[in-house]
Design a protein around this ligand. Sequence first.
Ligand code: IMP
Length: 433
Amino acid sequence: MANATVIGAQWGDEGKAKVIDYLTERADVVVRFQGGSNAGHTVNANGRKYVFHLVPSGIASPGKVCVVGNGVVFDAEAFLAEVDELIAADVLIEGRLFVSDLAHLVLPYHKALDTAAEFGRGALKIGTTGRGIGPAYTDKVSRSGIHVGDLRDWNVFLKKFIRNNDAAIERLKTPDGEPLADMSNLDEDKVITHYHKIRERLLPFIKDTACYLFNAERDGRRLLFEGAQGTFLDVDHGTYPFVTSSNTTVGGACSGAGVGPKSIGHSVGIVKTYTTRVGNGPFPTELTDDIGFHLRATGNEFGSTTGRPRRCGWFDSVMVRKAAQLNGFTRLALTKLDVLNDLDEIKICVAYEIEGKRTDQYPTNARDFEYAKPIYESMPGWKQDISKCKKLSELPDAATNYIGKIQKLCYDIPILLVSVGPDRSDTIEVAGL
Ligand code: IMP
């Protein structure tokens, strides 16, 4: 298998972790390159359910090395809590998990700033996960962030931490000195004592991971890049301002892992066979009726990080075509097809109507997208359980027709696999890598 980069083609929660877990069998090193503990990657393997927020999903596969790259905003507390859970589940960590010294730390003041910023947005709330992601990336870009590697020298960390914590406390007060957010976690002494302990545990994980990846590739090891969130949460190309603060699209893998473009290998778009979104922002094919409720209940569409109910809707090919353009997908992985098992009729959005005109192309203008009306084609459902199907030929005709329609609408990109259930084994492999 060549290297591969797995990217969500919609608004996240496409089932990337399952595909990554599946592809991990054929890879040697799995790399996270953006986002932070806002991600929630659920893997069902060997009769266990794992939910990862920061640790790459590949850790569930024995022997694979996992890397948290420089593009990630790194919440050390969340990371160590995951490490503890993995140790409790007898997963061997030593020598298998590394964190880039150039990743930026998410600290308690980032979370308080995230909450306060959301509060300040009033009706225009983004619906962030509250994990401090936006403020941590803001510090990085404004060149006041703190690298994970700064923890190597306690005095360096201390100096930067005190400067930033003090500044955050000032920003979190009204001109009259009233607090704008819960400040209980910003007590300097408490945080410093806590991070002194965290530092001791974290030091063995810290590495120049870009150098590690370069050498791993030279030694013939295969890399798998694990995207978090999805294309339309990308800070440049997504539904701004209702986006996250990183590049969730494929280019983010180069800058966020420190590798050249040839290392990307296959660009695999993970496409849920319907659409979901957590948080606020426009959603043309959203269903607020019984079918939307049915998709949410059947697909267990609740955020694995925040538990929030996800908004659900029909498959939107206009968006996935745009995702294919942005990411140069060379394979598509279709997920959660079984969630549609009970539907009489399945609709596909083939184009939008914007101000009375039909368009096949996703509009980059936020207002056009907000007012885009989906144009649907309708297909019959298959009304049977498909979760035991192991080959495409075992699927009912209506299901293969639906898959064929999606593929045709998405530039005929070869389909890598179709997922028909949550477990590793509920997978129909179609094309190789
Ligand atoms: P933030 O990343 O916490 O700043 O949140 C910004 C937007 O991205 C919000 O709409 C979140 O709901 C959404 N978001 C962040 N992470 C995920 C994810 O892993 N899956 C789906 N949506 C996410």
